[in-house]
Design a protein around this ligand. Structure first.
Ligand SMILES: NC(=O)c1ccc[n+]([C@@H]2O[C@H](COP(=O)([O-])OP(=O)(O)OC[C@H]3O[C@@H](n4cnc5c(N)ncnc54)[C@H](O)[C@@H]3O)[C@@H](O)[C@H]2O)c1
Length: 378
């Protein structure tokens, strides 16, 4: 499958670093509105630097457009690519509003094209192992989940010095303006919906706790008050309830605890594809029942690859693109299908938009059950 990166910024480096893990993906070119960035990436990859998006879309050799632009450009790029008959793998979110995301999903379905949205970490060794453990009911019936996506006080960190491996700065302004919920909720939403199926409703609260001037005194953020904290209680059709927290305020915590009648199954950080899965069991001694302090390792279904980059994460960014390519080639359902991606986007957008009045939002979308990865079947 021949792919093109549209958007050659910070995250494109991580896609590039994990591309060699998927030899069936061939990067044939790149495009960015900043020509220098596209030229630089094209030179490093011996691929073509396109002069315009129209040139990319007119190229019959392009099978999949990998949309790595900033979130507020996702809609227009994905729409143009689908109209031109290209499959699209988009960084999160699909679009900034549910109306736009739904329009793109409808367009993809009408044209019989694939539209998937990152993150793809639910295909990681850790996620697939945890899912296997749940299918084996290692903690009995699941009742409750606590998922945390807290990244610490980012505005107090030297974020202006954060650069990708090729020296591209972390786009702090865009990150603050788009907000940590749209940026990060998906890292656990995708796991939860894959494990427990579609959500029925979400009750959420979101708020901006750090004023714009404290995030960056010289840059005017627009909007200035995007939530930097959110908490959501998601009720799944299956009956499970999950509480998901996202912030760039509370100390770093990316943990997941899945609570069943017989114990807890969890991991410490979903940004590490090989993060160990543990199980803590309920112990009964005489008339008392308590949670054992011992965290037993549940064996990973396979070893995660070694990643050839430094960063706050160790993730195979290209695994979702590879999944899409294999699904197209093999004529089978894509695990990150359009409807699955749309459902997770609906959840993230509802949480972000809840604001301080809060709301209970009934989900309007759903998706078909997903198959585990072949190497993680129970
Ligand atoms: N920064 C991270 O740590 C990180 C991690 C994972 C995923 N992501 C996601 O990756 C995506 C890109 O983020 P980034 O950090 O690379 O941002 P970035 O600002 O570093 O790069 C985005 C690039 O897209 C280009 N672009 C924007 N609009 C365009 C358009 N209409 N046409 C052509 N080019 C356009 C910009 O010129 C820029 O070079 C976002 O969706 C983000 O959520 C970011």
């Amino acid at each position: 499958m021949r792919i093109v990166f549209v958007g050659c910024g910070f995250v494109s480096d991580y896609y590039l670093k994990t591309l060699p893990l998927h030899p069936h993906l061939e990067l044939i070119g790149c495009f960015d509105q900043d020509c220098d960035r596209a030229d630089h990436l094209a030179k490093r990859t011996w691929s073509k630097s396109y002069n315009s998006l129209d040139d990319v879309l007119a190229d019959a050799n392009v099978d999949i457009v990998v949309n790595l632009t900033n979130p507020r450009s996702h809609y227009s790029i994905t729409q143009a690519a689908l109209m031109a008959g290209k499959h699209v793998y988009s960084e999160k979110p699909i679009a900034m509003t549910m109306a736009e995301a739904k329009e793109l999903a409808d367009l993809a379905n009408q044209k019989n094209l694939q539209l998937s949205c990152a993150p793809c970490s639910c295909l990681s060794e850790s996620a697939q192992t945890l899912w296997k453990a749940l299918r084996q009911e290692v903690v009995g019936p699941v009742r409750l989940v606590y998922a945390e996506m807290d990244d610490g006080l980012v505005h107090k960190m030297p974020y202006q010095q954060w650069v990708s491996t090729s020296g591209i700065p972390w786009p702090f302004q865009d990150e603050f303006e788009v907000g940590c919920t749209l940026e990060h909720a998906g890292y656990y939403l995708t796991w939860l919906t894959m494990f427990f199926g579609p959500a029925a409703s979400v009750t959420a609260f979101s708020s901006c706790l750090i004023p714009a001037a404290d995030k960056h005194p010289e840059v005017t953020l627009s909007p200035s008050d995007t939530p930097d904290f959110s908490v959501a209680c998601i009720k799944f059709v299956s009956g499970v309830v999950a509480r998901l927290t996202c912030s760039i305020v509370a100390p770093h915590d990316h943990s997941l605890r899945i609570i069943g009648d017989q114990g807890i199954a969890g991991i410490d950080d979903c940004w590490y594809y090989g993060d160990p899965v543990y199980v803590q069991r309920m112990v009964k001694i005489r008339r008392k029942v308590f949670m054992s302090p011992v965290k037993k390792k549940y064996p990973l279904v396979r070893r995660a690859p070694k990643f050839n980059y430094n960063g706050a994460q160790q993730m195979d960014f290209c695994r979702g693109v590879a999944e899409m390519a294999e699904a197209i080639t093999e004529g089978r359902p894509n695990r990150l299908a359009t409807d699955f991606s749309l459902h997770n986007n609906e959840l993230a957008i509802a949480i972000q938009n809840a604001l301080e009045t809060g709301c209970t939002y009934p989900l309007t979308t759903s998706f078909e059950p997903i198959q585990p990865m072949p190497w993680a079947m129970a």
